[in-house]
Structures are given as structure tokens and as C-alpha cells.
Design a protein around this ligand. Structure first.
Ligand SMILES: NC(=O)c1ccc[n+]([C@@H]2O[C@H](COP(=O)([O-])OP(=O)(O)OC[C@H]3O[C@@H](n4cnc5c(N)ncnc54)[C@H](O)[C@@H]3O)[C@@H](O)[C@H]2O)c1
Length: 111
């Protein structure tokens, strides 16, 4: 079975890819290797997956529609498991959003 796994360098994507390879599936893994947490951990996971004709990895962002479309047309996955994810917004983004939200509220209260 041909399986496209997004987020293949992530915690779940890596373990799923490993298991699928053990089950003799053909796996195409993609991941943008973002810096949300240590990329060395993601690279170390990928290094454990044997690069054979049954496993291909491409550093690709899901938002790259043209290359994603090309990949799907070439690989023709029978199953797609979408595990690419950003768990939650970094703290700095939350703080900016909180400030944007709280400042007008504060201005209204003071006014
Ligand atoms: N870890 C858990 O215990 C757990 C439990 C239940 C559900 N889940 C869900 O499983 C999914 C994966 O979780 P995880 O723990 O493996 O997370 P993770 O952060 O370890 O892996 C996600 C991977 O997706 C990649 N990614 C993010 N945005 C991308 C993009 N635009 N294009 C390509 N790659 C991108 C990241 O680089 C990362 O390697 C999430 O939806 C999570 O909510 C996780």
C-alpha cells in the first residue's frame, strides 16, 4: 500500500512511518522541519527510517500547493495520513494577541 504521511518527522508521523515500513508499505513522508521544537530531534527520527525505494522523504510545506500536487500525481497515494501540525501558537504570538485584545478594552474602561 502506498501511504503519504505528512508531519513524518514529528512524534506521531515518525512512529507511524516506521510501523508502516515494518508492514511492507511504501511510504512517502513530508515535513517542513519547522523550528517549533529542536529540528535535530526531527532529523534524528528521520535518520532512523531506512532510505530505500519503500521510503522517500521530502522537506516540503503543506502550503506549497504546486509541489504537493506534483507529489500526489507522481506517488499516487492510496492513503493519506495528515499529521503535520502546529500544536499551539508560540507564547510571543499569544502575548501580542492578548495585548491587541486588552489595549482597546483598557482604553474603553479608562475613557
Ligand atoms: N503527540 C501526541 O501525544 C498526540 C496525541 C493525540 C493527537 N495528536 C495529534 O497528532 C498530530 C501530530 O502530533 P505530533 O505530536 O506528532 O506533533 P509534532 O509537532 O511532533 O509533529 C508535527 C510535525 O508536523 C510538521 N509540520 C508542521 N506544519 C507543517 C507544514 N505546514 N507542512 C509540513 N510539515 C509541517 C512539523 O515540522 C512536525 O515535525 C497533531 O495533530 C496532534 O494534535 C498527538
Amino acid at each position: 500500500m502506498r501511504v503519504l504521511v505528512t508531519g513524518a518527522a514529528g512524534f506521531i508521523g515518525f512512529h507511524l512511518s516506521k510501523r508502516l515500513l515494518d508492514e511492507d508499505c511504501q511510504v512517502f513522508g513530508i515535513d517542513n522541519l519547522n523550528h517549533y521544537y529542536d529540528t535535530n530531534l526531527k532529523k534524528a527520527r528521520l535518520a532512523q527510517l531506512p532510505r530505500t525505494s519503500r521510503f522517500i522523504f521530502d522537506q516540503l510545506d503543506l502550503a506549497d500547493g504546486a509541489n504537493l500536487r506534483r507529489l500526489v500525481e507522481d506517488f499516487e497515494p492510496e492513503v493519506v495520513v495528515n499529521l503535520a501540525a502546529q500544536k499551539f501558537a508560540p507564547l510571543c504570538v499569544c502575548l501580542v494577541q492578548f495585548r491587541l485584545w486588552s489595549q482597546p478594552q483598557g482604553a474603553l474602561l479608562r475613557g
